[in-house]
Every structure is written in structure tokens, then in C-alpha cells.
Design a protein around this ligand. Sequence first.
Ligand SMILES: C[S@@+](CC[C@H](N)C(=O)[O-])C[C@H]1O[C@@H](n2cnc3c(N)ncnc32)[C@H](O)[C@@H]1O
Length: 279
Amino acid sequence: MFKELEEINSRPASFQFYTAKELWTDEHTSKKMLECHLNESLDLSSRNKDFIDRSLKWIVSHFGIGVNTVIADFGCGPGLYTTQFAEKNADVTGIDFSERSIRYAKETAARKGLNIDYVCQNYLEFETEKKFDLITMIMCDFCALSPTQRKKMFAGFYRLLNVGGSVLLDVYSLNAFDQREETSTYEYMQLNSFWSAENYYGFLNTFKYDEEKVILDKYTIIEEARTQTVYNWLQYFSPESLRKEFEENGFKIEEYYSDVVGTIFSPESGEFAIVAKKS
Ligand SMILES: C[S@@+](CC[C@H](N)C(=O)[O-])C[C@H]1O[C@@H](n2cnc3c(N)ncnc32)[C@H](O)[C@@H]1O
């Protein structure tokens, strides 16, 4: 038991393990995730409905989305953004590795008679001949990627963007990082059966990597028949660190906002959004 507890409480190197696929695509957790996406009052897998409505309104007007716009939404989930882009007659591609979410998104498109290209794939591997005017990655998914994965993502964005095209994404800020604390908790059926339909005990160890500005929420889920560990990494950014990273990868950040609703940038915000172009 002591050895197991030591393992549970051990701190890996920053971004040492990538378990996003298990988190989002497992038979049980993907079902819970979809319920959260579709719960209009929650800010968990997707943001709440009011936020998304305001965000869509801003994106559509800011980027002039219409019949001639070609958009790719990375991590599109069940299509809360893609559906509405397509309703503005844009040419829309949604990429997500959750089969359950893509199935839901495709059913919505079929029901509404919308022609949306949904690709069920790891977006780090996404390739197409198509070029896009706008690439979106919404709800701070960029923060879940390691520095090496972000480099790969930038190369993909660069290859996929039309000349003059834009990337819109949001990230967590250093203010949010400062508010995080290292903790360790243990709970029976942690997160109300989120992890499994079976009985389980859940440990949550939160580690702060001060130099890298990274937070790890490490979940260890112990059932009678299996133990699983899920690593939820988040990279936090300052406007300068994000600008530097974009510039090192051939992009120029042209606009900063507090969020993807287009709220004027505030240094106090817990997250911020950017619009970048190929430089
Ligand atoms: C926080 S949710 C946001 C969903 C959507 N952008 C929204 O705001 O409604 C992140 C989404 O990204 C997907 N995702 C995470 N990592 C991925 C990866 N490497 N490849 C493809 N999809 C990924 C998840 O399945 C999930 O649907």
C-alpha cells in the first residue's frame, strides 16, 4: 500500500505522459463528456450556451463568415460551433478524436440538412489538400498540448491556412496559474461516477511546475479490476510567451482579447484569446 501511495503521489516530468485520448474517447467518460457538452448551463466540456451564442455572434461578424469562408474547427466536439458556421453557409470541417461527439455532430448536420465535413481523428495528425481561411481551437485546448505537440500543431496550422487566413484560439493566463494550488485529495466515486460505472476510489494530485507555468491534474482511479491514471496537463501563457511561440513558428499575433467573445483584452483575465496570421 505504501508503495502504491508513493506512486499515486509522484510528480512526473512536465508533459511526460499524454492521456487525452483516454479521457475523451473512453466508452464511459466520452458519454459523460457528451452530457457535459450538451448541458447548456455548464462550462465543462463546452462553455455555457449564453457564452457560445455570444461567441458565435462575434466570430461570425468579426471574420465575416459566409458563403465564401472555409473554416476548420480543431477539437470541434459535438459541433456546437461548426453547426452554426455551416448555417451561415460557410464551408466547414470539424476535427475531433471522440467518436461519440463526431457521431452526434454528424447526426445534427444530417437533421438540419447541413453539409459539414467531420473527421474523427487526432488533430495533430490531420492532413488535407484543402486550405482554410479560419482555423479555430476553442476552450483552451491548445493548453493541453506539450511544447513538442504545439510545434506540430503550428506546422499543421501553417500548412492548412490560406494566405491571409487566421487562427483564433484561447488560452489560460498566468493570473489563472497564480490562483492554482498544489493539492491532493481522495474521494469515493470522485466526480459523481464520471470515471466509471463501477465502484471506484479516485485520487486527484495537482502539481504546479512553476518554471514551465504548467499545471498537472493527475487522476488515479482505482476499481476492483483496474487502476488507471489520467494526466490532465495545462500550459498557462502570458501574452508575451504566446506571442514568442507564435513568432517562432512563423505566425504573427495581430489581436488580443479577453475571450473568444471579443471582449476587450484585460491583463486581469483568467484566459485570453488571440487572432494570428502567417507572418
Ligand atoms: C474542451 S473540448 C472543446 C470542444 C469545443 N471546441 C467547444 O468549445 O464546444 C475539447 C475537444 O477537443 C477534443 N480533443 C482533445 N484533444 C484532441 C486531439 N488530440 N485530437 C482531436 N480532438 C481532440 C476533445 O475530444 C473535445 O471534444
